[in-house]
Write a protein that binds this ligand. Structure first.
Ligand code: ATP
Ligand code: MG
Length: 514
């Protein structure tokens, strides 16, 4: 019996890998039911046979040097088997290296009659070059418009030709329809590379040369059972991988198990805790990983429209710029509602026209009263009263901590009419309930955002809330939504109520401080 050549022998894996990517060699392996066995562990005589088939077809009957080489190697293997040395002579290994060289030469010289697909020269941005070598893991991360999707689509199409037949799955965490996939991008790339006649685009997949295929799937549609259908795939490309859950990552990695198979990831970093970031950047990267960081400046095709967007963010919003365009992690400040505020001491003018706002507490929430006044476009907040779990009969005392609160006017959360009534009967006759309605919170917040807010340092709860009050972020994608988080908003709510009259036009604009 012939013994396998071990992996450590020089040239062995490279020759096998390269040969395996050849359509005819792969087909020969498949015919002999060796398609999934993996070239690395394949006996040399199979390699020789595959090469002879490939070379023989190309040279219509076989090229003499190649034939001699394969015959000689095979003979040595056979004699090794006969003597019980299992064909592992150093001369056989040397022959394998020569076979490898012959195969490289052969690939470099396509001849007429051979249906070799000629690929156009690559114009891949230099930053992506580390990804050209075979690697178990390939990743590209960075800011918007850095060319990640285009580069991977091109690498993929090229590989589908060079290593045909190739089975590829393009994955997203959530894919409700093919419109959300990279199918269109790959189709465009096929056209741009002039390879249209070698691929067939079908409704849900793209068929590649030599019987290859590219399919598009969402991880959320997979179960531990169904994912097994991907076991024979050569490449899995996860696009927008920042949204990949740990469950999906843990399902995918052991599923893509074919010898020489690769896992590709492209993503825009959001949080260091995202599974893809933790895998590649949380510590030492996984073995055999090629990872590149890319940004807009690495993209020679960066379009003018994105350039304008990027420059606008850079001038206006450094936090956003570093996250969106430079691929930094999203900081809390990015989702923050208020940026238009400062903390500094100020003297309250004697004749300021005060506005008060109140929010009622529950068991764990604070009751809050704030006092503010307006000067031009600046909203000054000079006092706050804040107590968690304040009983109703303690509330007048709490409010009395702010000078002038009994004179008001106070606008309070209208959800507690009994508390408002209690306060009216206990010396706070100018208190009224806020007007609630669809969009009133958002409108109130926008009104506050339209002012410069100056907060006196003693209003420390309001200061904390202004720093923390945030928009909701999507739990999976991390994307910032337009809804407001319903937390860190008690003093902010009180401030919103305080200016409600002003917002609704009830404020006397002839007043001195307006
Ligand atoms: N090879 C290319 N040929 C032509 N245009 C390209 C190429 N690569 C990138 N571009 C241009 O650059 C833009 C950004 O590229 P791409 O969409 O690949 O970036 P990205 O890093 O995936 O961005 P995002 O993070 O927004 O998904 C594209 O919309 C396209 O206009
Ligand atoms: Mg992209």
């Amino acid at each position: 019996m012939r013994k396998k050549v071990t992996r450590s022998e020089p040239g062995r894996a490279g020759f096998a890998g390269r040969l395996r990517r050849h359509a005819r060699a792969a087909a020969t392996c498949a015919r002999r039911r060796l398609g999934d066995a993996g070239m690395r562990d394949m006996p040399p005589w199979i390699l020789i046979h595959c090469f002879a088939v490939v070379a023989g077809r190309r040279h219509q009957g076989g090229s003499k040097p190649v034939r001699r080489l394969t015959d000689r190697t095979e003979a040595r293997l056979a004699s090794g088997a006969a003597t019980g040395r299992a064909g592992r002579t150093s001369r056989t290994v040397a022959d394998l290296l020569r076979l490898d060289q012959a195969y490289c030469d052969f690939r470099c010289r396509p001849e007429a009659g051979e249906a070799a697909i000629i690929l156009p020269p690559s114009d891949l941005a230099p930053v992506f070059e580390p990804l050209l070598q075979p690697s178990r893991y390939k990743g590209a991360y960075g800011g918007r418009g850095s060319g990640k999707s285009h580069a991977f689509a091109e690498l993929l199409v090229r590989r589908c030709v060079e290593a045909a037949p190739l089975r590829v799955v393009c994955i997203r965490e959530v894919q409700r329809s093919l419109d959300q996939s990279v199918k269109r991008l790959i189709e465009d790339k096929i056209q741009a590379l002039g390879l249209g006649r070698h691929f067939r685009v079908q409704a849900d997949r793209i068929l590649g040369p030599g019987g290859g295929r590219i399919i598009f799937q969402g991880m959320q549609n997979h179960t531990a059972e169904s994912i097994k259908s991907l076991e024979g795939y050569d490449i899995a490309w996860v696009e927008e991988a920042q949204a990949l859950s740990i469950r999906s990552l843990d399902l995918l990695r052991p599923t893509i198990r074919k010898p020489g198979s690769e896992l590709w990831f492209t993503w825009n970093p959001t949080q260091a805790s995202d599974p893809v970031d933790a895998l590649f950047r949380g510590g030492p990267p996984p073995p055999d990983a090629a990872l590149v960081r890319v940004n807009w400046s690495d993209n020679p095709h960066f379009p003018a429209v994105l350039q304008a967007e990027m420059e606008w963010d850079r001038a206006r919003d450094p936090d956003k710029h570093q996250h969106v365009w430079l691929g930094g992690y999203q900081t809390l400040s990015e989702a923050r509602v208020f940026r238009n505020w400062t903390v500094e001491p100020f003297e309250t003018p004697a004749d300021a026209r005060f506005l008060f706002g109140a929010d009622w507490g529950f068991a764990r929430d604070p009751t809050v009263l704030v006092r503010c006044f307006v000067q031009g476009r600046t909203l000054f907040v000079d006092h706050e009263a804040h107590q968690v779990g304040c009983e109703i009969d303690r509330t007048p005392d709490l409010f009395d901590a702010i000078p002038g609160s009994r004179r008001g006017p106070i606008i309070a959360d209208s959800s507690r009419p009994e508390t408002i009534s209690y306060m009216q009967r206990n010396g706070f006759g100018s208190i009224t309930g806020s007007t609630k309605g669809a969009g009133s919170v958002k409108e109130g917040v926008e009104f506050l955002k339209a002012h410069d807010i100056r907060v006196h340092p003693r209003c420390r709860h309001l200061i904390d809330e202004l720093a923390l009050y945030s928009y909701r972020t999507h739990p999976k994608t991390g994307e910032i939504q337009s809804e407001l988080e319903d937390r860190d908003n008690h003093a902010v709510d009180a401030l919103r109520y305080a200016v409600e009259g002003l917002r609704r036009g009830g404020y006397d604009s002839s007043m001195k401080w307006v």
